[in-house]
Design a protein around this ligand. Structure first.
Ligand SMILES: Cc1ncc(C[n+]2csc(CCOP(=O)(O)OP(=O)(O)O)c2C)c(N)n1
Ligand SMILES: [Mg+2]
Length: 807
């Protein structure tokens, strides 16, 4: 089945209904914002800027889409400031409540920017950080293609992916990065509708921007439709003198046009007569119209003209990605239409009263769905009941979960690194026919080989709609990697742009809900470049997308690879990012446990009941971040017991259990394990009962600790987090030395758990290159630095193996 057919043109009767609904949508959106500002206590900081004008700009476009064009299977990213219009439409369709609208922007109310997770009215993609929602539709389209190419979900109709884009939103570079990737991957079924109101937040945009856009979109293989004039203007252009009027509009600067829109009919008349009033027929064209008629005519842009919009949507007969540049007026229909300051503009109570009269809405009837409309409530109700988009109650789908064994096959060599171990685990499971492995989709921004996905890709192939053989293989040129592209491939190779990686992960990670088909996405990149895509990562988590992010190599441990690639702050991102469980294993057996857990965790969507053991809400699931390393280290020879597995997942375990009189505990995470182990050996003679705490997840330890404290404050006096139990065993005089190849704040909070003195070692500066030993010494995270810290944090006799530290 191909994408749903575009709708037939509406009848005159339907057009009349749509035009009534358009008025109602504008009223409801405007009222929602107004009452949130003027009727609520204004001291609560909930005052709105930037919604009324932006919303009015797209009321017609969204009316046309939701009441006529869209099918339930279509998915839409609505520009952030159109949120009130979106909510108003869902209210008319019975999918949003009056309570939520009345509480717009307030606690528990409809959100200022459409939110997939926080709003109740079926938002497809969260928007707010401009540019991200737009690109998400592109990657959601690729995801749909991936799913269907694998033969899944073919019984469902294919949806179109649509973004309503603010014109200033197109300043965001991530949109163009996505377009280039879309071109490479054969993007289809994607519409971007640009609300070309020629205004951003601060200003009126540059002249002729549309022509730049047009050229850009065409260069990336898109069809471009320019929707400039509404039907009134088109008719006027047919009149004698009409062509002259068109020329005048076409050359009118954006600023002047906006100013005239704001000033209204008589200003239009004066200016037009001044400029072209001596030119015969066009003078008569102007003079035939009253001021009001002239104002209506001159602002009749296609983006506010239902017939023009519906015709344009109906005419899109191709699967090619299509950009519609829709001319609109910011604040259309409201008193500040066109004014350059209108972004934060709010209608005064007096203006609102005038608008109320215009809309025929009686006081007390503001939320009545059909108040003030010319058509009967019955007819409109019948029409709304038949709106194609609303024919399915639940547009969000559910997908089955795939069972994952707690133990994944992997043979561990020693010494080895977590990055090598990651490749080995994927390679090993790629060889099996376990059901969940089919659903894994890997992706990487041009670092597939260097993050050790090569073996997996050799086995499972690259994804492309059209098969493409590896010429090196067919020419029998020896190469370690076979890059065969086919529709059954399980790796999506991306260009370098990390933003694209995260937005693709977001799209793949919502497939269970959007396509009804579960994917288990894994994205790999170098750890420092998380920062490049951070906002997209944040939004992926905000939308509750499910994926495993494997970031490697990391820290200063990548040593000779170069100072520029060293990451310091990423574990703090892992700690702070909501919706992302972060781990930094040191050993491959830990990694294998965590991968198995992650494949299951990203599929969970249970109740948010905290576990009594960890105080984590694992049943709700989330995304996962694994920070790995290229450093090959000795691997412990041990068998994986259920207790150890559980502790690795919970975030920490004793690698050396502290004795009853423990004076010092060294707590480490990740690749510095050998230094921590060595340091504990060095001080064994001079400090009693030294403990060594292996931390696999500072993030989960911290989250559990926070939650257990909250639980106790609420009266659950026995609540204990995993880290509280571990550190609670220690005598109070015991000191802690924490060490991590990252900012020391990652672990320094451990001192607060049970009140132990702590010295936190880590990396605060970066940029040196050298060997690992050079850099660990330079930054003070080698075993000698750990011993020096231990000596100071727990005074006692001098530790004999301590050497002088570098100055
Ligand atoms: C990444 C990001 N930067 C800045 C903002 C603040 N902001 C919100 S809307 C906007 C400009 C809106 O202009 P446009 O996209 O043309 O929409 P319009 O207001 O015209 O509807 C800006 C800068 C944001 N939401 N996201
Ligand atoms: Mg704009």
């Amino acid at each position: 089945m191909t994408a749903s057919k575009n709708p037939r043109r509406p009848s005159a009767d339907e057009l009349a209904m749509l035009s009534e609904l358009e008025k109602k949508v504008l009223w409801l959106a405007t009222w929602t914002i107004h009452q949130a500002n003027h009727l609520r206590d204004a001291s609560d900081g909930l005052k709105v800027g930037g919604h009324q004008a932006s919303s009015a700009s797209v009321a017609t476009i969204l009316t046309a889409l939701y009441f006529q064009v869209l099918k339930p299977e279509d998915r839409v990213a609505v520009k952030p400031h159109a949120s009130p219009v979106y909510h108003a439409i869902q209210y008319l369709l019975g999918r949003q409540t009056r309570d939520k609208l009345e509480a717009f922007r307030a606690y528990g109310g409809a959100q200022s920017y459409p939110s997939r997770t926080k709003d109740v009215d079926d938002v497809d993609f969260s928007t707010g950080s401009v540019g991200l929602g737009v690109a998400q539709t592109l990657f959601a389209s690729l995801t749909q293609d991936y799913v269907r190419a694998h033969g899944w979900g073919l019984e469902r109709p294919e949806g179109r992916l649509i973004a309503l884009v603010g014109d200033a939103e197109l300043d965001e570079g991530n949109i163009f990065e996505a377009m280039l990737e879309g071109w490479k991957q054969g993007l289809r079924n994607c519409w971007w509708i640009i609300d070309y109101n020629r205004q951003s937040l601060d200003a009126v945009v540059r002249e002729g921007l549309w022509a730049r856009y047009e050229a850009l979109f065409r260069a990336f293989g898109w069809d471009v439709v320019i929707l400039k004039y509404g039907s009134l203007l088109e008719q006027a252009f047919q009149e004698p003198g009409g062509e002259r009027l068109r020329q005048w509009i076409d050359t009118c600067p954006n600023q002047l046009y906006s100013a005239l829109v704001f000033q209204g009919g008589s200003a239009w008349r004066k200016r037009l007569l001044d400029d072209i009033g001596d030119q015969g027929p066009v003078t008569r064209l102007i003079e035939r119209r009253s001021d009001a008629e002239l104002g209506r005519l001159m602002t009749n842009l296609a983006g506010h003209d239902l017939p023009a919009l519906l015709d344009a949507f109906a005419a899109i007969g191709t699967e090619r990605p299509t950009c519609l540049i829709c001319y609109t007026i910011k604040g259309f229909g409201l008193p500040f239409a066109g004014h350059k300051d209108n972004h934060a503009g709010l209608m005064t109570p007096a203006q609102m009263e005038t608008f109320r009269t215009l809309c025929g809405v009686r006081p007390g009837h503001e939320w009545d769905k059909f108040e003030g409309l010319a058509l009967s409530a019955d007819r409109l109700t019948t029409f709304l009941a038949k709106v194609p988009f609303a024919q399915t109650t639940m547009r969000r789908l559910r997908a089955r979960r795939f069972a994952v064994p707690p133990e994944l096959p992997v043979s561990i060599t020693s010494p080895t690194s977590t990055q090598t171990g990651f490749g080995a685990v994927l390679n090993a499971i790629g060889r099996t026919d376990m059901g969940f492995v089919e659903r894994i989709v890997t992706t990487s921004p041009d670092v597939t080989v260097s993050t050790n996905l090569g073996g997996w890709v050799n086995r499972r192939g690259l994804f492309a709609q059209q098969a493409l053989a590896d010429t090196f293989k067919s020419e029998r040129i020896p190469s370690t990697f076979h890059w065969e592209f086919s529709a059954s491939g399980q790796h999506i190779e991306l260009g370098i742009a990390e933003m694209n990686l995260f937005i693709l992960l977001s799209a793949l990670g919502l497939s269970h809900s959007i396509n009804g088909e579960r994917l288990l996405p894994i994205g790999t990149l170098y750890d420092p470049f998380i920062a490049r895509g951070l906002d997209a990562l944040n939004y992926a988590c905000y939308q509750d997308a499910r994926f495993i992010l494997v970031a490697t190599p990391s820290g200063i441990t990548l040593a000779p690879e170069g100072g520029a690639h060293q990451s310091i702050g990423t574990p703090l991102i892992g700690l702070a990012q909501d919706g992302l469980a972060a781990f930094e294993p040191a050993f491959v057996d830990e990694l294998a446990v965590l991968l198995a857990w992650s494949f299951d965790y990203i599929q969970k969507d249970g109740e948010a009941v905290p576990s009594e053991r960890t105080w984590l809400r694992d049943e709700t699931g989330g995304a996962v971040y694994l920070r790995l390393s290229t450093r090959a280290i000795e691997q412990p020879k041990r068998s994986m017991t259920p207790e150890l597995r559980e502790a690795i997942i919970d975030g920490a375990y004793w690698l050396r259990r502290p004795g009853p009189n423990c004076q010092v505990v060294v707590a480490y995470a990740g690749a510095v394990a050998p230094e921590a182990i060595h340091a504990v050996g060095l001080m064994a003679e001079d400090r009693r009962d030294v403990g060594l705490l292996a931390i696999t997840s500072a993030d989960r330890l911290n989250a559990g600790w926070m939650a257990a404290q909250r639980a106790r404050e609420r009266g659950l006096v026995h609540a204990r987090a995993h880290i509280e139990r571990l550190l609670g065993e220690l005598p109070t005089h015991c000191g802690l030395v924490t060490v991590v190849d990252a900012h020391p704040a990652t672990l320094s909070w451990l001192g607060g758990v049970a009140g132990h003195r702590v010295r936190a070692l880590g990396v605060e500066h970066f940029g040196q290159t050298g060997s690992i030993a050079d850099l660990y010494r330079h930054y003070g995270i080698d075993s000698n630095a750990i011993v020096a810290a231990a000596q100071l944090v727990v005074p006692g006799r001098p530790i004999r193996h301590l050497r002088a530290l570098p100055g």
